[in-house]
Design a protein around this ligand. Structure first.
Ligand SMILES: [Zn+2]
Length: 375
């Protein structure tokens, strides 16, 4: 029998007995160093049988998600914990403290691995149509879940600086998803972008797409219409870059109508799924974002503004410019040569046309949705 416990109930049972629980990276970080953790029952058994007695500390034995409990561990209670990091205010600081550790933990979905997840999904499900949608600026915590089965939407950690260029590059990967799929028989391609081809980033995002394969669109309806017109029979890779909340957060005269924008994104995705189902060919659809947005009304009450002038709000590109007192507070991304600030610190105040920011490490900026639909 497995008991379902809140985090507090879980913490209190640990005072009485070691327990076994399915591996959960968020819980591992939440438990911290005051708890002894084992990554398998075998590791625990070896520790218990050592001549040196085990330290008398709360003990958790993580087991594989699918591992059935062997009968010789039946004396240990097996529990489930309902801990949700996205509802825990403490997770904000845990994320910064354990950022690199989380990036390397199993079962943490990472942005830099999204191209691998996508190509692996295509390999295992062998669809005719493979669709990859990137929304420019959308937080996991803002993603409208309704209409999608809960387990089809995963939190995906932006494992680097949370800005557009770097996020987009991580998402298409190197070699580009289009090239990887080409080798797997997806010779036909269609790309849709709200940006002009001559935008340097658009060129990189649609690398190897020919002039005729990339279409600049003014609205998502044009993307949906394309699915109506085409008689898709051969394997086709479709890549769509849709505007999200990024532009609105940086420059808007009035407070952006966030809820309206979110429901428009949801409607487009629901319509896309319907369209794919109607075509009645096997498909794989991934929807994700380059980074999330930290909105100004979510700044904590003890926010520190450093008033450094016209600089990015949330990060430093030059290591030598990072103030000494901040070096231990934020996250250094060696792959990007960028230092990201935590939710408590900002290099400057937002202008009156700015409503949010990104580039730092926070739950809002560093977790994007990863929606996977198979049909
Ligand atoms: Zn962006």
């Amino acid at each position: 029998m497995t008991y379902k416990l809140s985090f507090d109930e879980f913490a209190s049972i640990l005072e009485k007995t070691p327990v076994t629980i399915a591996w959960n990276p968020w819980l591992k970080v939440k438990l911290g160093k005051s708890i002894v953790t084992f990554s398998s029952p075998l590791e625990f058994r070896l520790a218990v049988n050592r001549l040196q007695p085990m330290a008398d500390k709360p003990t958790v034995i993580f087991v594989d998600q699918n591992e059935t409990m062997a009968s010789n561990y039946a004396f240990l209670p097996a529990v489930q914990c309902t801990y949700d990091p996205f509802r825990d205010p403490d997770f904000e600081s845990l994320l910064v403290q354990h950022f690199h550790e989380l990036c390397s933990m199993p079962r943490v979905f990472k942005q830099s691995k999204v191209p691998d997840y996508f190509v692996e999904s295509v390999e295992s499900s062998q669809p005719t149509i493979a669709v990859f949608v990137v929304v420019d600026g959308l937080s996991f915590t803002d993603f409208p879940f309704t209409d999608f089965p809960r387990d089809s939407v995963l939190p995906c950690l932006v494992d680097g600086v949370s800005v557009t260029t770097e996020g987009m590059r991580r998402l298409v990967g190197n070699p580009h998803i289009a090239e990887r799929l080409f080798k797997r028989g997806f010779w036909k391609r269609a790309g849709f972008s709200y940006w002009d081809r001559h935008n340097e980033l658009a060129d990189q995002l649609f690398y190897t797409f020919t002039e005729g394969q990339l279409k600049k669109v003014e609205g998502f309806d044009q993307v949906l219409e394309w699915f109506d017109m085409k008689h898709l029979k051969e394997r086709t890779y479709v890549q769509i870059v849709r505007t999200g909340l990024d532009g609105y957060s940086h420059n808007h005269r009035d407070r952006p109508p966030k809820e309206h924008l979110l429901s428009a994104i949801k409607k487009d995705i629901v319509n896309l799924v319907d369209k794919l189902r109607k075509i009645a060919l096997p498909f794989v659809l991934f929807v994700t974002a380059d980074h999330g947005i930290l909105w100004n009304y979510n700044f904590p009450s003890n926010t520190v503004f450093m008033d450094e002038g016209a600089v990015p709000v949330r990060y430093y590109r030059e290591k030598e410019n990072i103030p000494e007192r901040l070096r231990q507070l934020g996250v250094w991304h060696p792959g990007n040569n960028v230092f990201s600030l935590p939710v408590s610190h900002y290099r400057r105040r937002l202008k009156n046309t700015e409503w949010g920011c990104h580039g730092g490490v926070s739950v809002a900026e560093s977790f994007v949705p990863l929606l996977r639909v198979f049909g």
